[in-house]
Design a binder for this molecule. Structure first.
Ligand SMILES: *[C@@H]1O[C@H](CO)[C@@H](O)[C@H](O)[C@H]1NC(C)=O
Ligand SMILES: *[C@@H]1O[C@H](CO)[C@@H](O)[C@H](O)[C@H]1NC(C)=O
Length: 550
């Protein structure tokens, strides 16, 4: 910042003007409005194709078991023998790891069957339920319960599923079960744990949204609505499903332009932060971004022609009498991007490419710049481009929020093996974090820190949080609550940010405050489980705390 040119500038300007200019420049430089990237680990051993944060700040990651040796050995010198494996009949490497945020280390985990292109979510006690995969793993359910002493590992449940689930989507239900929807050649849904017959429920919507040749309806975007029904988006269409009666209660208009947004024309989607949680009808709004024009997958796959990705988002209010999509232009085209909700209520668009589609070798032109989206600003001023990473995150990359407010980014292996040479985009073992600008040191006096966190909260309860801020507190502070999501294939399943109804904010002493907020009364608004709770002062979030809602 202190440059040799300063004295000359000084000689040309009055001191006052120079000072003003200096302040302006130094603010611009230090503000870091574009966020900061950090390389966390050079090598986590596997490609982070699927990832889930647990309540003990460990992140479970896994890829697939049948595409050759990874770069991390199985625990205790174990090996996996599988005569049906496509590549290694005997594989002594791991295909799942646990990343510990606090120590920035990984340890290998054991999956025996193929987890490729599967789905998952957290149960009310914080166990990760993962469902399906390919071949020997297609009907397996796997459970992973967090532990702090590195003793835990996967448990696999044979025939945990009624049907093969490959490229399906899970959603956590208000009663703590999970619904598993679709997947390749599965035009139906089921529940985990399995119900008695019929344990498969047909879903004609997945037939209606199936594009011959390209599919374009895999990994549907699913969100739990405030009325207990499920919003399901696939390809370019959406419905509201009463899963308990297996009836479609509402059909939404087709997304304007009609281009597909689901795998392999992979866009992404989030439920925007949910507010006014005790309203008679709680309004939910979904934002869908990016994707690829119809036919792009086959052009990439067969003709090696990489069509420009879509550069639009569209958002829709689920509970309006006549819901309409509002289309907005993104700063750039993006396919295979991830969308991550941040604790301050903004949305981060990150990863992906600007041409081609999902699928091995099908993407081109990596998008290195994330974009921040401010849902409450006027149309046209919602996107703020962020600083770029140096690492392409193509097919099979993931992104997810950590409790400290950073976004963890990993994965990318756009081809079928762990090739590090001789391919356009090598398999990516590096783990990075993106720190949005709210983590900049210049905001440390505005950043709340929560003292005396509660552990367990109940529905309808008033939650009291004590926090400290050394700078100015603008009342009312916001308290947000985030359900940790399962990320794969550019979609974060179960991702949900609630802005809790504010009751009061009181000053309790010099720097000390108490905020009271309402925990929602409805399980449809907040399914049971562990949430990260943040206090947000003027868009600067505290580090989160884990709270169990029951
Ligand atoms: C991982 O890669 C490093 C560096 O290439 C290599 O030395 C090591 O043997 C590899 N480990 C495994 C388990 O493949
Ligand atoms: C990638 O690795 C696989 C398995 O080792 C090998 O068969 C294939 O030829 C490799 N591809 C390239 C482009 O090197």
């Amino acid at each position: 910042m202190a440059s040799q040119a300063k004295p000359q500038i000084l000689s040309d300007l009055s001191c006052l003007r120079y000072l003003a200019l200096f302040l302006l420049l130094s603010f611009h430089v230090a503000s870091g409005a574009g966020g900061t990237w950090n390389l966390l680990l050079q090598n986590v051993g596997i490609s982070s194709m699927h990832s889930q944060l647990l309540y003990n700040d460990r992140v479970i990651m896994f890829d697939r078991t049948n595409f050759g040796p990874s770069n991390i050995s199985l625990p205790d010198g174990a090996c996996r023998d599988n005569p049906n494996d496509l590549v290694s009949k005997r594989d002594c490497t791991a295909h799942s790891v646990e990343y510990d945020v606090a120590s920035n280390t990984v340890r290998p985990l054991t999956v025996q069957t193929n987890t490729w292109c599967s789905s998952g979510g957290l149960t009310p006690d914080g166990t990760l339920l993962q469902t399906g995969g390919d071949r020997d793993g297609e009907r397996i359910a796997r459970l992973y319960s967090p532990c702090d002493d590195n003793s835990c590992d996967w448990t696999e449940v044979d025939n945990g599923l009624a049907a093969r689930r490959w490229y399906a989507t899970n959603h956590v239900l208000p009663d703590g079960r999970q619904i598993v929807i679709g997947g390749r050649n599965q035009f139906n849904y089921e529940f985990f744990p399995k119900t008695n017959a019929p344990n498969l429920y047909s879903l004609p919507f997945l037939v209606q949204t199936y594009d011959k040749g390209d599919e374009n309806n895999l990994y549907p975007f699913v969100f739990l609505n405030s009325d207990g029904n499920l919003f399901i988006f696939a390809n370019n269409k959406a419905i509201l499903l009463d899963y308990s009666k297996n009836t479609v209660v509402k059909t939404y208009p087709e997304i304007p332009g009609g281009d597909p947004r689901s795998y392999p024309s992979t866009g992404s989607a989030v439920l925007l932060p949910v507010k006014n949680l005790e309203a008679k009808i709680v309004e939910l709004e979904v934002l869908v971004c990016g994707g690829a024009p119809k036919g792009s997958f086959n052009k990439a796959y067969r003709e090696k022609t990489y069509v420009k990705a879509l550069d639009t988002c569209a958002r829709i209010k689920l509970n309006e009498a006549k819901p309409q999509w509002l289309v907005e232009k993104m700063p750039r085209a993006r396919v295979m991007g991830d969308m991550t909700l941040l604790p301050d209520g903004h949305v981060l668009l990150i990863n992906g490419a600007s041409s081609g589609t999902a699928g091995w070798e099908c993407g081109r032109e990596p998008v290195l710049h994330p974009d921040l989206y401010h849902p409450d600003k006027p149309v046209g001023s919602r996107f703020v481009p962020q600083n770029p990473s140096a690492i392409p995150r193509m097919y099979h990359s993931t992104a997810g929020l950590l409790r400290d407010g950073r976004v963890l980014v990993g994965g990318s292996n756009p081809h079928a093996y762990y090739n590090f040479t001789g391919v356009l985009f090598p398999t990516e073992l590096r783990l990075e974090s993106f720190s949005p600008s709210y983590l900049d040191a210049q905001f440390s006096d505005l950043r709340p820190s929560i003292v005396i966190p509660p552990n367990t909260v109940n529905y309808g309860q008033t939650m009291r949080l004590w926090f400290r801020v050394t700078g100015k507190v603008k009342s009312p502070v916001k308290v947000t609550m985030m359900f940790p999501s399962f990320a794969t294939h550019s979609f974060s399943m179960n991702q949900r940010l609630l802005v809790l109804d504010h009751v009061s904010t009181r000053r309790m002493g010099i720097w000390n405050y108490e905020v009271r907020v309402m925990i929602p009364t409805s399980v449809n608004i907040a399914p049971p489980g562990y949430y990260m709770v943040f206090v947000v002062n003027q868009d600067i979030p505290s580090e989160g705390i884990w709270v169990r809602l029951q």
